[in-house]
Design a binder for this molecule. Sequence first.
Ligand SMILES: Cc1cn([C@H]2C[C@H](O)[C@@H](COP(=O)(O)OP(=O)(O)OP(=O)(O)O)O2)c(=O)[nH]c1=O
Length: 191
Amino acid sequence: MKEIILASSSPRRSALLEQIGLNFRVIVCDLEEHTPPGLQPFEVVERLAARKAMFVADRLTEGIVIGADTVVVWRGQLLGKPSCEQDAVEMLKRLQGSAHEVFTGVALVDAGNNKVEVSHEKTRVIFRPLDEEEIRRYVSTGEPSDKAGSYGAQGIGAIFIERIEGSYTNIVGLPMSKLSLMLKKFGYDIL
Ligand SMILES: Cc1cn([C@H]2C[C@H](O)[C@@H](COP(=O)(O)OP(=O)(O)OP(=O)(O)O)O2)c(=O)[nH]c1=O
């Protein structure tokens, strides 16, 4: 079996891979997350996921490298990780009482033969209405600080979610069903 390498510092992505009993190691790449303006959300997350995976694969001679990137899209606006607490409050004010989409791009790179596969998944999330006090209390827990859209569906943020259409794990940072099919194409079976 080839070694699996996760090119991500996200503890949620590691937790999802641990959940399915995958043996892997983490190599973190500290890349600037910049893309040219005017790209569609799926293009942004696919490009960033590919860049992260290729950066790590370039430094290896073998192994399958997984890269990923997650953004929240609200009425056409891309919301990444908040720059400060006020930014998080502003994002949550937009998301409350409405629907948004979470896009996660996933890239697999086989470091041995430079085979690359990139894809993305989209999940629709509906938030119940929130008042400003609730938003401020949530932001002061610190949970939003490292998360796209300023919430964690796997954490306290769960209490804001009325409904989800699509993959839950995609919201948390890795669409596991899609990932398993991509790994299969690289000759790696989970079961
Ligand atoms: C919407 C949402 C996002 N997130 C997280 C997943 C990602 O870790 C993060 C989005 O930022 P990313 O830039 O995708 O990932 P990262 O900076 O955490 O890690 P790396 O670049 O090293 O791969 O937001 C949640 O944990 N829960 C959620 O509900």
